[in-house]
Design a protein around this ligand. Structure first.
Ligand SMILES: Nc1ncnc2c1ncn2[C@@H]1O[C@H](COP(=O)(O)OP(=O)(O)OP(=O)(O)O)[C@@H](O)[C@H]1O
Length: 675
């Protein structure tokens, strides 16, 4: 508490019902949320009745461990920290009767697409006329549910945003019934197979708690305080989930409207402006002093926000005072950009006493960082990437989990397809025939019996199912059993990198499994955000296949995965025209402003040194003038005031000439022609 300023302290010790801390970047929102948890516990609140909700498991894990560290000796029980999905998952498992979810399977986005493909296959006529990919249909469905828009609105916004108004009705009349029929079939399929997608998890909990006072009473006994981070990025579906908790809990929310960057998932930062309207008995506090960055870095961030047409009422002041001016590094291409960054990091590491993890590289997309990663490997700079593929997306783990899934729910058609076709000799056609039988069986025991008697499946396949089914209450044993019988086939399927990269995942998976007593929970938690129970070790954040095990490593992150991160030196990559704002956003002021916030989040991660790189091929873009004559920015740095940064034109090729690293032999040819 002694490390808080007056306003942070006032927030942490808030005695009213609900509070929103609306504050700028680096003003100590995370610190305040931690302090709030510590304060509540010190006042006698049972830690297990405090639930912290964050956007990533990484953030949840960090907050919980900092609360633990602050409590020192007194800590016994700890508050739990989870993402919205993981939290709903725990509620569904802990209260199966309240939510009516005793037997179900959580499916991820790939599974959703697989189901959609099946549905489209059965709805050939509608699907052909539509000319939309199954993944697009899944996107539309999810967008509609997260934003709580009806189908007409969803199609208007997502499919027909460039269709002239006079044609809109006709296009809708043509497309809407087709989409509706496919989506209805898709919903039916989910219901039949007892699948819940990620959005369903939230929806199921929200529905029950909004409608049922008894359910509220039961859940109300479990929680007294919800502490919610990154409130600006909550979408209407998540609001629906939070709503019933207003009656049974105290809400303590922190957020920054200028850091709202999830509109594509339905977040609307204006919700946070209406907090008092939406939440009865709420108050709003503000924090304005930035503790993270030097004033030169904040000047750049403040300038960017000032240029917005939206009024964020925000001007951060730097408590730390003055430091080094940020630099714009103009580079001819991504390789030069990579070499510049590598050289700077090596210089900081060897000469300036900085660690690798004092460096954070932020990019709009991991695609822009491929050359950089190659250069880091060449220069032996350890790095870790955030925002890439997750643990459960690794194919070998999906194979093993397909076995867990069918044992857990024998109606799980998608998992059956993967599990059966995993084995040599079973193709999609025979798998489809098996599945017709298997999903009509009562339970997995019956399935196993049928496979033994009626199928020509390999011995290991049936043994795998038996091994898991007989260890339902010892999940680590189930993992070992499945691995034992699947190992030979896995090694054959992934022969190229099995030993080095894929095989080492399994001992860790077994350790991880020890944290679970319920197969279903294990499957879902591993699926969600690629991790484990927050408060227990070990954690398996990523498969070995992607993981760089260095502890001290540079972090290469997408801006969207960089929420809450900070580092002494930050490189914001490729701040060029058509990237900030993106070419896709041009002319659409809302999208342009979202892109501005993305850049704002990136710039405000830096503590001491900020490097903004851009491609010299284009450092200016003409403003876009809309039909009504107003100008929409095409490049945020067009009018960038020179005095805020130093500019460098970097090219390794044209840079200082240095001697070759290895000495050549002296060449005795003096060039004299004696003929
Ligand atoms: N009262 C304080 N005294 C000293 N340092 C502080 C104080 N409050 C915050 N800080 C430091 O400022 C930095 C930013 O704090 P924090 O991460 O909590 O901010 P935030 O508002 O969550 O940031 P963002 O929204 O940009 O991620 C951290 O390094 C933190 O330790």
């Amino acid at each position: 508490m002694s490390e808080l300023n007056t306003n942070q302290l006032k927030a942490a010790q808030f005695e009213g019902k609900h509070l929103l801390v609306l504050a700028g970047a680096g003003t100590g929102k995370t610190r305040t949320i931690i302090a709030r948890a510590v304060y509540l516990i010190s006042k006698g609140v049972d830690p297990s009745k405090i639930q912290i909700l964050t956007f990533t498991k990484r953030a949840a894990s960090e907050i919980v461990s900092r609360v633990k560290a602050s409590m020192g000796e007194q800590s016994g029980k700890n508050p739990t920290g989870s993402t919205f999905h993981s939290w709903c998952n725990q509620l569904l498992y802990n209260f199966p009767n309240v939510f009516g979810t005793a037997k179900f399977t959580i499916i991820d986005e790939d599974d959703q697409v697989s189901i959609m493909k099946m549905v489209c296959g059965n709805q050939k006529e509608a699907f052909k006329k539509l000319r939309l990919k199954p993944r697009k249909l899944v996107d539309l469905y999810s967008f509609a549910r997260n934003t709580k828009r009806n189908l007409t609105d969803t199609l208007t916004v997502k499919l027909f945003d460039d269709v002239p108004e006079n044609e809109l009705e006709e296009r809708l009349a043509e497309v809407k019934p087709l989409v509706e029929s496919i989506l209805r079939k898709y919903e039916m399929k989910k219901r039949e197979r007892k699948y819940l997608d990620y959005d369903d998890m939230i929806q199921v909990v929200a529905n029950r708690l909004n409608k049922d006072p008894k359910a509220r009473q039961i859940i109300g006994k479990k929680y007294e305080h919800l502490l919610i981070d990154e409130m600006q990025d909550t979408n209407p579906l998540q609001w629906e989930l939070i709503r019933p908790f207003q009656q049974i809990c105290h809400l303590f929310c922190v957020g920054d409207d200028a850091q709202s960057i999830y509109a594509f998932r339905g977040a609307d930062f204006k919700n946070i402006h209406n907090f008092k309207k939406n939440v009865k008995d709420a108050e709003v506090f503000r924090l304005e002093e930035n503790y993270r960055s030097t004033s030169e870095i904040l000047d750049v961030s403040n300038w960017l926000l000032d240029k917005s047409t939206l009024n964020y009422e925000k001007r951060l002041s730097a408590v730390r005072g003055s430091g080094i001016k940020p630099k714009i590094i103009n580079v001819p291409n991504e390789w030069e950009e990579g070499y510049f960054i590598a050289a700077k990091i090596i210089e900081n590491f060897t000469e300036k006493d900085k660690e690798y993890n004092d460096h954070l590289i932020l990019s709009r997309s991991q695609n822009y960082t491929r050359s950089l990663q190659a250069i880091f490997i060449e220069k032996k700079i350890p790095f870790e990437t955030y925002g890439g593929r997750s643990f459960m997306e690794a194919a070998h783990l999906k194979d093993v989990f397909s076995a867990f899934r069918v044992v857990n729910n024998n109606l799980d058609e998608i998992a059956w397809v993967r599990f059966l076709t995993f084995w040599e000799g079973i193709g999609e056609i025979s798998a489809a025939k098996y599945i017709q039988e298997l999903i009509n069986k009562e339970d997995i025991e019956e399935c196993i019996q049928w496979l033994e008697e009626g199928s020509k499946g390999p011995f290991e396949m049936i043994e795998t199912l038996k091994g898991i089914a007989s260890n339902m209450d010892k999940i680590d044993k189930a993992v070992e059993a499945a691995y034992g019988t699947m190992q030979a086939r896995l090694a054959m399927k992934y022969v190229q990198d099995w030993d080095k990269k894929r095989k080492p995942d399994f001992p860790i998976l077994t350790l991880l499994a020890r944290n679970y007593s319920n197969l279903s929970e294990f499957i879902t938690e591993c699926l969600l955000d690629n991790s484990t129970k927050i408060n227990n070790s070990p954690t398996l954040k990523k498969s070995e296949i992607q993981e760089n095990k260095e502890e001290d490593a540079v972090i290469i992150s997408t801006v969207h995965s960089a929420k809450g991160l900070e580092a002494s030196t930050c490189f914001v990559l490729n701040v060029s025209p058509k990237v900030y704002p993106s070419a896709w956003s041009l002319g659409d002021i809302e999208k342009v402003e979202e892109d501005r916030r993305v850049l704002y989040v990136a710039l405000t991660r830096a503590k001491d040194e900020l490097f903004i790189t851009r491609r010299t091929s284009s450092i200016y873009a003409e403003d876009h003038v809309t039909e009504d004559g107003s100008a929409v920015p095409t490049y945020f740095l067009n009018e960038f005031p020179e005095e805020l940064t130093d500019q460098v034109f970097y090219s390794q090729e044209k840079g200082e000439s240095v001697d070759a690293p290895i000495a050549n032999d002296f060449d005795f040819d003096f060039g004299m022609d004696f003929s």
